[in-house]
Design a protein around this ligand. Structure first.
Ligand code: ASP
Length: 321
């Protein structure tokens, strides 16, 4: 039973954008589903899905990535292939179109698991990934507005966290995908421009296997939310360990979300899939656009918020109008 789940970031989206956002995640799930249906691996499927989201300027990954404090783009991405616990990741990578492809090349063509900054860029160029400017006018405008608000807000420390608390729509819309293929093999992938106004060199959880994503032979998971907290928690690995200890993936994801909320005060979102093709979508943020495609079901289901069919906790925020 093959299946793929994709997400477009846990956070808050204006209801009037629901249609274009759910369309974006649906296109990504379709790209992965078509590969799975043709007999390709879960790794191919999550790579294709995340690549589609990177190419959609609506999402904070690849084209349309969030800008750092000085106005540059530094992207993080990762992939993991469950059968071999193989992983490739890039961090603080500028000026490529599809960071997820470079992450995959790290896994398949280097001896390393993570390349960062100038070294990651040099690696990408050596393999022929061309110079590309991922900054969009919308991302630049958003950056200008955010900078202006930051400068107007009082206080010396914690301005940004306060600002993001009051305006959750300013946070990133990281993307991720998990899949199981016809052979029962699992894979995960993530990609992000990171959090708005981050310091240059800041790396989040997304390119850290075990924090932002993880895949083994029991489950594949991808997380979205404040990276600094998920790195401390080891979110993706903690979830997989719970499954290894006998919990269902549904129970494991719910318990992980509880941990994060109660111990770190963090509201995140997690998608997952198990070898039987059971898709799980759960988040504690108002929204998390996502799409699911499964073998035997023609329809690709996409939505801005959890629909109650596949996750185990309804979102706490309001449903879109
Ligand atoms: N986890 C991402 C980061 O901290 C942000 C997100 O998921 O929205 O870079």
């Amino acid at each position: 039973m093959y299946a793929i789940v994709v997400h477009g970031g846990a956070g808050s989206w204006p209801p009037e954008r629901e249609r274009e956002i759910t369309y974006g995640v649906r296109v990504a799930a379709e790209a992965g589903r078509d590969l799975l249906a043709a007999g390709h691996s879960a790794l191919e499927a999550v790579t294709a899905a995340v690549r589609a989201l990177e190419d959609d300027p609506l999402f904070n990954a690849g084209t349309g990535s969030t800008l750092s404090l000085p106005g540059s783009v530094e992207m993080d991405a990762g992939v993991m292939w469950g059968p071999r616990w193989a992983t490739g990741n890039v961090a603080a990578l500028p000026r490529v179109r599809n960071p997820v492809l470079v992450a995959r090349a790290v896994m398949e063509r280097s001896d390393h698991a993570l390349l960062a900054g100038p070294g990651a860029l040099q690696f990408a160029r050596s393999l022929g990934y061309a110079d590309y400017n991922p900054v969009t006018a919308a991302a630049r405008n958003r950056w200008s507005r955010l900078r202006a608000r930051l400068e107007d807000s009082p206080g010396e420390f914690g301005r940004l966290s306060g600002l993001l608390r009051d305006h959750p729509d300013l946070e990133g819309d990281t993307v991720g995908a998990v899949a199981v293929d016809g052979q029962g093999a699992l894979a995960s992938a993530t990609s992000t421009g990171g959090v708005a106004l981050k310091l240059p060199g800041r790396v989040g959880d997304s390119p850290l296997p075990g924090s932002g994503h993880f895949a083994d032979d029991r489950c594949a998971v991808a997380a979205t939310g404040q990276g600094e907290l998920m790195m401390r928690h080891g979110t993706a690995r903690v979830t997989a360990c719970r499954v290894g200890a006998g919990e269902s993936l549904r129970e494991a994801i719910a318990a992980t979300l509880d941990d994060l909320e109660h111990h770190l005060g963090s509201e995140v979102g997690i998608i997952g899939v198990d070898p039987a093709g059971e898709p799980i979508i759960a988040h504690r943020t108002p929204h998390m656009p996502h799409a699911v495609a499964r073998e035997g079901t023609e329809e690709i289901r996409s939505a801005l918020v959890h629909t109650g069919r596949t996750g185990d906790d309804p979102p706490k925020g309001p449903a879109p109008a």
